[in-house]
Write a protein that binds this ligand. Sequence first.
Ligand SMILES: [Zn+2]
Length: 339
Amino acid sequence: MSAAIDFVQLDAADFTYGAVDTVAPQVRRIIAHNPSKFTYHGTGTYVVGSGDVAVVDPGPDLDEHRAALDAALRGERVRAILVTHCHADHSPLARWLCAETGAPTIAFGPHLRPGVPEWDIGTDPEGFGVAPANDDPAAGEDTAADGAATEPKMEESTDLDFAPDEEVVTGDVVATGSGWSMTALHTPGHTSNHTCFVLDDGTARTLFTGDHVMGWSTTVVSPPDGDMTAYFESLRVVAGRTDDLAIPTHGAPIPSPSAYVHQLIAHRVERERQIVDAVRRGVVSIPDIVTELYAAVRVELHKPAARSVLSHLVKLVDEGVVGVAGGGRPRLDSVYVGR
Ligand SMILES: [Zn+2]
């Protein structure tokens, strides 16, 4: 079994879509009604400060969410629109908010930075990750629970049009208000442009972690833009910090972020060890590795799991621990060899 993680859940009874909740000093949250396998209950958009405010991850382009933000921001002066990364559940409303307020959009950069390698990752075999018809008591739960499509999406879609007005790197001050300031912390891995934001109000430091660190789930790292080597490094950066609180875009705030992130690292290290072990035992294809290591996980989650295993294999191949039969970059349909 993989190392245990003390997940931090958000009870559905503890929030209302579109309502404004104070979740920490200086921090208010509005949750968008876009629940899914990747977004948990939905996207949490955060308003930092009062009077002069910063908005973190404006969220998906939904009329209902736009109206909720519009109401929440009445009387405030939006000074900065901070975007952790350009997945479609995080950045699209930045355009509207920018047009509405004149505040700049601020992020590490657009999708696909120069120097980020791209290659064809191949496809899963036909039928892989598809639950047998009428054989899965949980098959209808997404529709029943949250109105999302029953057929799971393979990965988060990317807001390719997103381009920030200001590109920032680690340490850049991105927003200031009465008694607080925020700085950027580049944390590639989930995406190459993923950035966290540090809020310092003089007494406590709160890290807005986007999708880099979430309380409800581990993070999807899907090559080629998702990079497990970078993800490990970015986790270690956060684990080495002394923030008082982490606030992910999806789910509840995480107390004691460093201790929690150490658990995430231990989980990934263990998963990596299991993958190396599987390959060395002759379990050499991603579908077979997933079927073995994720036996306890619902079949319809096996495709995202395959992306995760691929991301570990990319790292292991780059480190020379595992090879690709026939050479080339690791793909979903490659055969792997132990070294
Ligand atoms: Zn994302």
